[in-house]
Design a binder for this molecule. Sequence first.
Ligand code: CR6
Length: 813
Amino acid sequence: MIEEAAGSAGQPRTLTAAAFRDAVRAKLAYAVGKDPSRATAKDWSMALSLAVRDQVVERWFESTKASHAGQKKHVYYLSMEFLIGRLLNDAVCNLGIESQVRSACAELGIDYQAQLEQESDAALGNGGLGRLAACFLDSMSTLGIPAHGYGIRYDHGLFRQRFHDGWQVEEPEDWLVSGRAWEFERAEMAYLVKFGGQISFDGHGATYWRADETVKAVAYDTPIAGWRGRHVNTLRLWASRPVEVLDLGRFNHGDYMSAAEKTIRAETISRVLYPDDTTAEGKELRLKQEYFFTSASLQDIIRRYLEDNDDIRKLPDQVAIQMNDTHPAIAVAELMRILADDYRLTFPEAFEITRQCLSYTNHTLMPEALERWNTNLFRKVLPRHMQIIEWIDYHHLAEVQGRNLPVSLDAIRIIEWGSEIKMGSLAFVGSRRVNGVSALHTELMKQTVFKDYHVLYPDRIVNETNGITPRRWLYECNPGLRALLLEAIGDGWVDNLERIEEAAKFATDASFREKFAAAKKANKVRLAAEIERRIGLRVDPSALFDVQIKRMHEYKRQLLNILETIALYQAIRRGPGAEWTPRVKIFGGKAAPGYQIAKRIIKLANDVARVVNNDPIIGDRLKVAVLPNYNVSLAEVIIPAADLSEQISTAGMEASGTGNMKLALNGALTIGTLDGANVEIAERVGPDNIYIFGLTADDVAGLRQRGYNPNATIDSDPTLKGAIDAMVNGTFSPDDHGRFNEVADRLWHTDWFLVTADFQSYFQTQRTVDLDYRDKNRWTERSILNTTKVGWFSSDRTIRGYSKDVWGVEPIF
Ligand code: CR6
């Protein structure tokens, strides 16, 4: 037991550095099994994590007890993705034990920072949606909302990205290989999940599902401590295991391969994360994954509910279940199945309860990204659920027909043409609330995808603009800025990020400005070193760091940024003697392995980088750094160092974005379209502190409707034409002139994402940025105003919104 000074209730107890040092030594010996003289960096990091974990665990038990005793409504956040990143520093900072941990490390002769880097990223997500889920876990714990996150414990998270000759190469990710300090296997917490087979009825109201495949979902729990360690929630991830460990009969006959077949088949379900950001791929296995974790989670939710309650009909009083996108939308049918088939409620009763428990967050309007399942496949994998969905569709339609409202009945059907199930519709119909993730996105939801549903249920759609946790995305990743803020305004902003505005008054204070600029500079030096380490490119930390980090997607328009880079490169070559503002363009992002055009754009970025970086005429005026394997940990290094944040999606297409918030909070100025949450960022930082350019969502819709002709635009803009020509004349691909023909053809012929339409406005705005950056004082002032005016984008605010508008839950303290 570690020696601790008693703390008052709700306050972190203080731990002495000496006690902690001894605890780490003990972990190294008795948990890792190593003598200090033989321990590797990995061993020390494990020992350190286990010692910190003990601190979390004590608070975890208390939180669990408090949640049970309080009998408060509980939140269950169902998400196919949790993009957690590393946990050690997060736990240390949230528990407020950083100084003790650092001193203990110093006494043990180990470098704390180096220990942190030993931990592999938990990359169980693709991008914004998964990272949002991780921020929400932090905020729910911080606010004392009793909650569980539920997801899949993938053996392999998002692929590792490497560049081979500038092309993206995907390698399997292996986060579990060297052991994981943060999770607890709960072998006893297992549920059976069934697939396929037949349904029969006994004539007395009982339904039987004879499945032809059954697997076991085994729980792995990770405690998630909130700020000041006041409350610790659980992230429960399910691993898929065979019901029988081995077919001994076959094994004894020497048939070793087929003896293991069922094991392999079962374990396949939680083997890999689908590396697709926005499209539903992988068909049957993907459907099984979705059902697998949803079913296990619902069984677990009901078990927990019945520990303290006996009336299943009152489930909605205690349980709020959030479906993060449509991936867990099968919950609508699964909860009904459990209530009707296991607890013998009628379908109408079961449907009512289901609709009171569930809510759904929509994260995209892109039609290709809205999940649909073929009914034949669905019936094969989930025969009982197919019947239930048919029942819901039929009854819902009947209910609507009776109301005589101006809606298209075809548009509100869940099953389209009898052949496809629209999961967004199922989620909508089965939910109590449906939310969008930014004001603009929610408005567009009402006008487009859910237009008819919105007529039927005018109160169901609500907006909850996304947020980010200030703990990871400022306190932990930007120690320089953190220290400055602590000195200037204390630590209230970590609990309530809107209080960061108290520092806005220092924007014009010369000494504060100097310190702020120095912190930024230090972060840029750190990033410059990282760039050199990763790709061997030397960049000047006093240049403008222009950052676009996000998944590679046509709608996010990395291509617009690359074309601007080419145009700038050409301009510098034409007049190297002019006064240029030195810039480093920094790109990071993965493309889905099957997304060919996105992969080609990565190659283009790398080809342009090679030519620009090696052109002696250009020198330090322009450098292009394309960093491989962008992930949470790399984001933590890039974001604090950014001067300019690229948020340049085609207006109307980025539901929210969250990188935009992280970058602004760390003092980057945004160059962006009026899309997603950029709109709300612009409102808060004010027009002088953001660069807005290009078409609005309305313009985009109008232009697309009228039919856009990129030809005319390109022909009339020599800068743009020059850049596109260079792309196809071999300037960047001397070894293969035709490499980017398809990319250029799309721009010339359709340009669905309106890159050419926005180019001129973007290019000009970038030149304004160049001029503005030269006035360092003024730039720092505006940078401070970004940091201090975006406190509203804390995920704590978002979670308060969900608690009130969506879940109807209250904190336990
Ligand atoms: N790709 C949106 O595109 C949003 C996040 C989180 C996304 C993005 O704008 O910030 O969700 N959508 O709400 C999906 O993943 C479907 C994303 O991350």
